[in-house]
Design a protein around this ligand. Structure first.
Ligand code: PMP
Length: 296
């Protein structure tokens, strides 16, 4: 079955889908994106993702290219054309095509691309193994709360993690505090069972998985602190994990080559993963993706 992508009003075979060379996303990384998990045909926490998308666009003064209802219709159509049941929806919006000039163009039309990809949740074996992470200096800009397509520092750090045999890099600010992973939020559980993650300021991307999990944390009565933590504190933690739309809740079993806790996924981590999976299974905060009528 051929993959289909949506590009600026058209549904195209994935291999033929392309944007203009003067798209400002290509020239300047002048755009934003969203990744929405799709579970059993449902877009998980869709409204929260659209809220964040609108916020990212607003912060960069890019006009919302179309209303929410139109976006929802197109996303369902892309899912339908690709027979997507489990995986994720990728949306990208840029300031549009204009002759190369740093200043905003007077009249560019924002560009919209949507694709989907099949993906299965992590296997039991993968979950039981957990993932190793390394720590690296955070060399990104000061507005990491905007989900910008400018991901070069994230790519460099992820590649360095990969070359070190790790799965993620936790980036560390100038004061020695962990900000987040290259594509995930970072969490620890201290020796006295306090769950800690950095607060959602301009320093990190406020993950939708993070937001959904914090609701579950409150419901489960877990002791929780929203504050920065150092690498040292993470190394001495009882448990650690990462969250994202593609990883859900994934245990971290090693940081910089040192085992966390007993080197196995922590109890609270797995309990929170179960709570998150129950959330997406229950479709709570999610909306059924009723296939839209076929549009050209
Ligand atoms: N931080 C960064 C830098 C990310 O790229 C992501 C994934 N988009 C996250 C955190 C996690 O966000 P979410 O839970 O919305 O996938």
């Amino acid at each position: 079955m051929p993959r289909i992508a949506y590009v600026n009003g058209r549904y195209l075979p994935h291999a033929k889908a392309a944007v203009h060379i003067e798209d400002r996303g290509y020239q300047f990384a002048d755009g934003v994106y969203e990744v929405v998990p799709v579970h059993k045909g449902i877009l998980v926490d869709e409204e929260l993702h659209l809220d964040r998308l609108e916020r990212s666009l607003r912060e960069l003064r890019i006009a919302m290219p179309m209303g929410r209802e139109a976006l929802k219709l197109i996303s369902r159509e892309v899912m339908r054309r690709n027979h997507l049941n489990n995986g994720f929806l990728y949306m990208q919006m840029t300031r549009g095509v204009a002759p190369r000039d740093h200043k905003f163009p007077a009249a560019a039309k924002p560009a919209v691309v949507m694709t989907v990809r099949q993906m299965k949740p992590a296997s039991k074996e993968k979950l039981e193994a957990g993932v190793p992470v390394i720590t690296l200096p955070d060399i990104r800009w000061a507005r990491r709360d905007i989900k910008s397509v400018s991901l070069l520092p994230n790519c460099l750090a992820k590649q360095q993690a990969h070359e070190a045999g790790a799965v993620e890099a936790w980036m560390v600010d100038g004061d020695g505090y962990v900000t987040e992973g290259t594509s995930t939020n970072a969490w620890i559980v201290t020796a006295d069972n306090v769950l800690v993650t950095r607060s959602a300021t301009h320093d990190i991307l406020n993950g939708i998985t993070r937001i959904a999990l914090l609701d579950r944390v409150a419901a489960e009565g877990v002791t929780f602190e929203e504050r920065p933590f150092t690498v040292e504190e993470a190394l001495n933690a009882k448990e650690a994990f990462i969250t994202s739309s593609t990883n859900y809740v994934m245990p971290v079993t090693e940081i910089d080559g040192r085992a966390i806790g007993n080197g196995h996924p922590g109890l609270l981590t797995m309990k929170l993963r179960d709570a998150y999976v129950a959330h997406i299974e229950g479709g709570e905060g999610t909306e059924a993706a009723s296939p839209a009528k076929s549009a050209a």
